[in-house]
Design a protein around this ligand. Structure first.
Ligand code: GLU
Length: 438
């Protein structure tokens, strides 16, 4: 069997868009499933659109996502150069050949057009959509080399895919109508064409095609990175945009994705860019981190928002209190600020719980006790134990009672950890407020 070699071929227009990341990822997964190579080729022939630093940021963000590159302008490789503008001689050679064989012709301004053969049908088996066919009548003679001598995408891509021994091409469905033009060039030059798979479009929550200009949806990988989405979560989410695994599971490891991604199970219907699903997946990955590791992700966001990190222990307490609630790491800032500033109000259920279990004494004693202790989770925990023994209150009335009286919540993370994050005076005044119920 021919070695699997795939490529992701971005124009260096700057930011890595979610749709491009999906193209890269599907190619990568397919290559790794078959122990093949994943190549990045830079398609920089549209010079007006090239952005300084665009290539580097694309490569860095791919690797951040865990899409490791075997060959590229930076990684090197045996099939280079990997930038189209460095391959112009090669395109010229084939353009000259097609001209001399009468399969292309020059215009007055020097541009070269491909002469579309008459009465032909171009058929290919698309890996996503099945058999597709196009009639040559529907395609006009098209420009393959512009008057400035630079090839167009449809011409250069064929030469490059052939010379780089690309076996499979997964790309966006906007390229379906380019495929017959490319097949014509393969045929004219007597090259074998790779297998193509055109992935379904990505739509927004209103079912409209996701447009890069839509300001309401964050669409660039760098923005997700900056907000504290984990690369493993992004990888997981993107892999499910137009493909589904054979098991009923939404969270998979990278190795599972590689194992299952065998070129089947593509989804033909548009895939929705569902932000809640992305948040959900990210929160799952956040929950699976150790407190230690998560605290290191949290730290820079606190620093950036001038939140004082008292010491490592404090940072870990904060982390363990909010780990279950975080959807993305930057959210720590608002969660923590709301936690400090929230108004304290007890609802009916809370009030009836406190009254039913006659917890006035418990709250009074706790209020007196904490006035005398060091303000640490350990000391708070110890006070709770002491009071439990002296008043003979334990279990739910003890724990839920104190939680309600200090946080106005029925459930939550470790209470001593939570309380130690608040100023002691705040907790005392909440207890005093609660005591007014009687
Ligand atoms: N440079 C093209 C793009 O960014 C590549 C398309 C292809 O994969 O053939 O859309």
């Amino acid at each position: 069997m021919q070695k699997v070699r795939v490529r992701y071929a971005p124009s260096p227009t700057g930011l890595l868009h979610i749709g491009n990341a999906r193209s890269a990822l599907f190619n990568y997964l397919y290559a790794k499933h078959f122990d093949g190579d994943f190549i990045v080729r830079i398609e920089d022939t549209d010079m007006n659109r090239n952005v300084e630093g665009g290539e580097q940021s694309q490569l860095e963000l791919l690797e951040w996502l865990g899409i490791y590159i075997d060959e590229s302008p930076i990684h090197g490789g045996a099939y280079g150069p990997y930038r189209q503008l460095e391959r112009l001689d090669l395109y010229t050679k084939y353009a000259t050949q097609l001209l001399s064989e009468g399969m292309a012709y020059k215009e007055d301004n020097g541009a070269i057009r491909f002469k579309v053969p008459k009465g032909k049908t171009y058929v290919f088996d698309d890996l996503v959509r099945g058999q597709l066919s196009f009639k040559s009548e529907d395609v006009e003679d098209w420009i393959m080399v512009k008057e400035n001598g630079i090839p167009t995408y449809n011409f250069a891509v064929v030469i490059d895919d052939h010379h780089m021994e690309i076996s499979h091409v997964f790309r966006g469905e906007e390229h379906i109508t380019n495929t017959p033009k490319q097949l014509m060039v393969y045929e004219a030059l007597e090259f074998d064409a790779p297998k193509f798979g055109h992935m379904t479009i990505i739509v927004n929550e209103q079912k409209k095609k996701l447009s890069k200009r839509d300001q309401n949806v964050m669409q660039f990988i760098s923005e997700y990175k900056a907000s504290g989405y984990l690369p493993e979560a992004m990888f997981n989410f993107i892999a499910l945009l137009g493909w589904s695994p054979p098991i009923d599971q939404e969270i998979l490891t990278k190795q599972q994705f590689i194992d299952y991604f065998d070129g089947t199970r593509f989804v033909k219907a548009p895939s929705m860019f569902d932000r809640d699903k992305l948040k959900f997946i990210n929160s799952k990955y956040i929950k699976s981190l150790s407190v230690e590791a998560l605290s290191q992700f949290i730290k820079p966001y606190l620093i950036a928002h001038q939140i004082e990190i008292k010491n490592d222990t404090w940072l870990q307490q904060l982390t363990s209190v909010f780990q279950e609630r975080l959807h993305f790491i930057e959210e720590i800032v608002t969660l923590y600020q709301n936690f400090l500033n929230q108004s304290f109000e007890l609802n009916e259920d809370m009030v009836s719980f406190l009254k039913e279990h006659q917890l006035q004494k418990l709250i009074e004693t706790f209020e007196l006790k904490i006035k005398t202790i060091d303000w640490s989770p350990e000391a708070i925990q110890q006070s709770m134990k002491d009071i439990s023994v002296s008043l003979g209150i334990k279990g739910k009335p003890l724990f839920m009672g104190l939680r309600i009286a200090t946080t106005a919540e029925l459930h939550g993370p470790s209470l001593p950890n939570m309380l130690a994050l608040l100023p002691k005076e705040t907790v005392i005044s909440r207890l005093q407020y609660t005591l007014k119920l009687w």
